[in-house]
Design a protein. Structure first.
Length: 392
């Protein structure tokens, strides 16, 4: 077993060093944010390639503020789609048109991942592929599958909902819950009938009989559409990857051409809804960020956005304090109320399927999207004004 240490480091004469486990959105974001604050950062990805699976994502205002801080948001605004509204359709009937003019963007996950990867490399993050983290030691050691022990001022676990790093630390208590639904996520070429500005919106298609099925239909660019296809996990056919074209077309005949494309799409995946509340988020010099800390149901669409926000705020808070453990405690105290609320609201929506009724973006629900980072100054906030009807 080998140990890689950073000998003789002090806060005053050498940059602090972080070992980060997991190169998803949260891992890339926290690596960029720390590097921009002067840290040396090594980011570990267990797969041989850095990539994200081929679906889409909504980046809410809170995430866009964070991405603005690390210099990535402008490209997302340029390449992504700003939805005109969030429309809900139940049994083929439009029941609500909400949050017009709200600053949030749709983009493909692979494109966002590539933008973050490029930004990480530009600020000097060392990215190591084929490097699987299996554990951590609270004093600040990341343990790899090959037995290497990497010492650092800070270890950051961003290795997802099933985090091996988190699970190696008994001080971090977990509360897990699974839900009735799951979602198939696919990205398809944009059919001609769904091209044009009138389709540059989010459309949430629902049908509740004989059982609940949902298609979240989002244009992610001029040539792609993201389809989040939700159903009870008890509905085996509707939970399949590749998509079962027959069962979905029967329920959503007006989307048949898109569903046909979903049936032959590659790179899709199915995820069951779950939450995992972890307390606390850190143990001495090891900290959890993203799904490793607060995996949530995708019903509110805030899982990635909250992780991105907390990643940027972590670097900002660490920059304000010499004592790392003190900074981690203060960061968690600031971020946990927002994160816990988003997790609870998304769980409620998943349990009740209340989004099917439309008019779901109440002032309370929009508190997460409207969360304003300490790291975002007035100039950044001014880039993302909130329409009057969407203010808490």
């Amino acid at each position: 077993m080998s140990t890689i240490a950073f000998e003789g480091r002090t806060m005053s004469d050498q940059a602090r060093h972080a070992e980060v486990a997991g190169a998803g959105f949260a891992g890339l974001t926290v690596s960029i944010a720390l590097a921009r604050k002067g840290w040396s950062v090594r980011l570990h990805e267990q797969n041989d390639e850095l990539r994200d699976f081929g679906a889409g994502i909504l980046l809410w205002r809170n995430a866009m503020l964070a991405l603005e801080v690390i210099g990535v948001a402008a490209t997302i605004r340029e390449r992504g789609v700003l939805p005109d509204s969030y429309d809900t359709s139940l049994n083929g009937e439009l029941v609500s048109e909400e949050i017009p003019g709200f600053p949030y963007w749709a983009i493909t996950r692979p494109e966002l991942h590539a933008l973050l990867t490029d930004a990480a490399r530009e600020v000097g993050v060392e990215i190591v592929a084929g490097s699987k983290a299996v554990a951590a030691e609270p004093a600040g050691v990341l343990v790899l599958e090959d037995g290497s022990r990497l010492e650092a001022d800070l270890v950051v676990a961003t290795d997802g909902a099933g985090s091996a790093v988190r699970n190696s630390l008994p001080a971090l208590v977990q509360e897990r819950k699974k839900y009735q639904d799951g979602v198939c996520r696919v990205l398809i070429p944009r059919p001609d009938e769904f091209k044009g500005e009138e389709w540059d919106r989010v459309i949430d298609f629902w049908t509740l009989e004989p059982d609940a099925m949902r298609i979240l239909f989002i244009a992610t660019g001029p040539d792609t559409i993201y389809m989040g296809m939700m159903a009870s996990t008890a509905n085996e056919r509707a939970s399949r990857i590749p998509i079962d074209v027959e069962v979905w077309s029967e329920r959503f005949p007006h989307l048949a051409s898109a569903i046909e494309l979903a049936g032959v799409a590659t790179g899709g995946r199915h995820d069951a809804y779950q939450t995992n509340k972890v307390t606390p988020w850190s143990d001495n010099r090891v900290v959890l960020v993203g799904d490793a800390a607060h995996a949530m149901c995708p019903a509110l669409g805030q899982g990635a956005s909250v992780g991105i926000v907390n990643a940027v705020e972590l670097a900002h808070t660490l920059d304000q304090y010499d004592d790392i453990t003190e900074a981690l405690a203060i960061w968690e105290e600031r971020e946990r109320p927002m994160s816990d609320a988003a997790q609870a609201r998304s769980a409620f929506m998943a349990e009740t399927r209340t989004m099917a009724k439309g008019n779901g973006f109440s002032a309370e629900v929009m508190e997460t999207a409207n969360f304003e980072l300490s790291a975002a100054g007035p100039d950044v906030l001014a880039l993302y004004p909130v329409p009057k009807g969407a203010r808490p």
